[in-house]
Design a protein around this ligand. Structure first.
Ligand SMILES: [Ca+2]
Ligand SMILES: [Ca+2]
Length: 325
């Protein structure tokens, strides 16, 4: 997300310089699957539903209303917190049988991990806790330089234990690809935004991070000013594998780099972006929330720049919430 980029309905062709900056700002995230012996969503207590606006995915119906209410509302924003689809199927190469649910606009849940996980892109070692859906209908921002509705979508899941926050994603992308070895954000990719700090002032602190993983498992962190375009991020492991409908990503973040270890009941800041096509010609952002005064905002911080310029890559205050259950 370009710092200073203005999104309007007619702004489907941002300048390349903006795209470059735009690509540096977003980052991703994800979740897991049902496995034999593990109960699915009914085994977990859902969070209380969010405000009336934007809810609806928990029952499999498309939601409506504001999702996040961010400043990019003048872009090709699809507001709404719902739009869940039943994944069904499962099995080798098939889609996860975990139906995406929604716990509230810009609010996600991570359950305690029930089994060890190998960070290899195979999601058989995941439970089925509350998959999060990110698609064009539910995204806070749905951007397309092609003047169309983005077709990519993500079913993501989060879990945690004393040592790590885990995420897995099934990315439904009919055209997984692009081959920029040095800049994974320019490829089909997912970006994960995590805020461990409390009392955030919009700047990325040492325990706030923006990680990027592409369809081939290339990874990067871009959390300026402390970390910029780092291809071997500290405390971050990730892998990707192709699957029938796109690609899967599995990752874990050391609790220590997010201010952990934690206890159940802690809430982290969280956001997710999925990019489809070379140079981020299309992307979805899960949350883009409103916020209070920005306080000290320096460097590449974009707090209160307005005009759609406030994005999770340059303002940690627009993240949604991730409850550790
Ligand atoms: Ca695995
Ligand atoms: Ca693609």
């Amino acid at each position: 997300m370009a710092i200073g980029q203005v999104w309007t309905v007619s702004c489907y062709a941002p300048q390349m310089s903006s795209l470059r900056a735009l690509a540096r700002l977003p980052a991703v995230l994800a979740l897991g699957l049902c496995t034999s012996g593990l109960a699915c969503t009914n085994d977990y207590d859902l969070l209380a539903p969010g405000p009336a606006t934007g809810s609806g995915a928990a029952d499999g119906q498309g939601g409506s209303g504001a999702h996040g209410g961010g400043t990019a509302a003048s872009s090709s924003v699809a507001a709404g917190g719902g739009g869940a689809s039943t994944t069904g199927g499962g099995g080798e190469g098939g889609r996860s049988p975990c139906a995406p649910t929604r716990v509230g606009p810009a609010r996600a849940a991570a359950h305690a991990s029930r089994q060890p996980k190998s960070i290899d892109g195979n999601l058989d070692d995941w439970g089925c806790s509350e998959p999060l859906l990110l698609d064009a209908a539910s995204a806070a921002v749905a951007y397309s330089a092609k003047d169309r509705t983005p077709v990519v979508s993500v079913h993501a899941r989060l879990e945690w234990d004393d040592g790590y926050l885990y995420f897995a994603a099934e990315v439904i992308d009919p055209t997984p690809g692009d081959g920029n070895d040095s800049a994974p954000y320019m490829n089909d990719s997912v970006e994960l935004y995590l805020r461990g700090s409390t009392g955030a002032d919009a700047n990325y602190s040492p325990i706030d991070h923006h990680f990027i993983v592409d369809h081939a498992g290339r990874k990067m962190e871009d959390s300026p000013p402390l970390v910029e375009l780092e291809t071997d991020p500290a405390g971050f492991e990730a892998a990707a594998l192709p699957w029938a409908e796109g690609y899967r990503i599995e990752a874990r973040v050391d609790a220590a780099v997010l201010g952990g270890p934690w206890q159940a009941g802690r809430t982290l800041g969280f956001d997710l972006l999925v990019s489809d096509g070379e140079a981020q010609v299309e992307y979805l952002i899960w949350a883009l929330g409103g916020h209070g005064p920005c306080g000290e905002c320096s460097g590449q911080c974009c707090c209160n720049q307005g005009g759609g310029a406030e994005l999770p890559s340059c303002n940690t205050l627009v993240f949604g919430d991730l409850d550790l259950l």
